[in-house]
Design a protein around this ligand. Sequence first.
Ligand code: NDP
Ligand code: F7E
Length: 348
Amino acid sequence: MRPMASTAFDLKGKTVFVAGHRGMVGSALMRRLAREQADLLTVSRSEVDLRNQAAVNAWFAAKRPQAVFLAAAKVGGIVANNTLRAEFLYDNLAIATNVIQAAHANGCEKLMFFGSSCIYPRLAPQPLREDSMLTGPLESTNEPYAIAKIAGIKMAEAYRSQYGADFISVMPTNLYGPGDNYHPEYSHVVAALIRRFHEAKVSGAGSVVVWGTGTPRREFLYVDDLADACIHLMKTYSSPELVNIGTGEDITIADFALVVAAVVGYRGEISFDPSRPDGTPRKLLDVSRLAKLGWRATTSLEDGIALAYRAYLDEKQRCRQSRFARPEQNNYVARSEIDLAKSRAIKE
Ligand SMILES: NC(=O)C1=CN([C@@H]2O[C@H](COP(=O)(O)OP(=O)(O)OC[C@H]3O[C@@H](n4cnc5c(N)ncnc54)[C@H](OP(=O)(O)O)[C@@H]3O)[C@@H](O)[C@H]2O)C=CC1
Ligand SMILES: C[C@H]1O[C@H](OP(=O)(O)OP(=O)(O)OC[C@H]2O[C@@H](n3cnc4c(=O)[nH]c(N)nc43)[C@H](O)[C@@H]2O)[C@@H](O)[C@@H](O)C1=O
């Protein structure tokens, strides 16, 4: 294995582009970057669709960011990934290739690419080590997304080896927190269960259905912890080697449902629907590399879910208030109460 170089990269005074700044990760990065005295650059999708190579090139040529967090992507839960397979492959390949090439061509000094724990083989040894990428078949439900993410990782690696670009890749585990997507079909499990248990509590429903068998194991990281880890790595890490970002602890979906129900205050029954996909049986990251680099998660699962539930309630409230205001000025309108039924669909 190549040695992990450690170099200081000060964000202070740098122009820093957060691609995907309205997303869950991007908005957490914006909150965390506010402490770095950087000059933050953002652009909305309506101004620059990152799948459009010419638009991306023109924007980079005009702005020439010194650092880039590439947190824009087509993202969703197991059903979104498995249904919108062409979009997950096309959008994520296009975004990665356009942004990485434009960053390189326009003098970007440092770029962080966001992969995901789903790039590792479905049955790779647990906990998942960074060197298990490309050692076996992928989980079929998210294979298109994983292939696009692996291509992005390989691009960052190739630009480093061919051009000496300081481009690094991080592999976050399953994330949750403010700014999550609450779509009933297309969200990830955390947002789905927060919403389902809350609605059952409010309506007095006696039973809530959780997808799958309840036996898969997942590791969950609060998104503000993720953002903190990313800033730490951006400032201190420079190597082609991937870095996993997680807590190092996992839980079955059945036990996780009990945690969410307790936080929300839902006291009815919980049943399972095995006709829904389980996905990969276990996804627990080996976080020893990250620990050696001096970072560990600090938000417990219970505290994080309580914070995420608060954020869900706040978002509902905000959307209710903005329902009759000017929706085009509301960052959260696409995630709003009006369309909490179809909220943030898959962000088109
Ligand atoms: N959520 C998770 O559990 C995990 C996420 N990740 C990775 O973290 C990164 C961020 O994910 P997350 O914040 O959860 O996702 P979100 O869906 O919350 O945010 C994605 C962001 O990307 C933007 N975006 C998507 N497509 C385009 C496009 N064509 N042009 C311009 N902008 C676009 C969205 O814009 P708009 O606001 O207009 O919709 C949004 O701001 C992704 O790379 C994801 O793969 C990795 C592991 C787990
Ligand atoms: C972050 C990661 O996210 C996706 O992979 P995933 O880990 O399978 O994510 P998920 O959150 O959708 O499901 C986790 C587990 O939870 C179970 N589950 C129960 N009830 C609900 C439920 O109501 N909704 C959802 N979505 N899942 C549910 C579900 O059956 C599964 O066993 C990727 O495709 C991939 O793109 C990726 O990177």
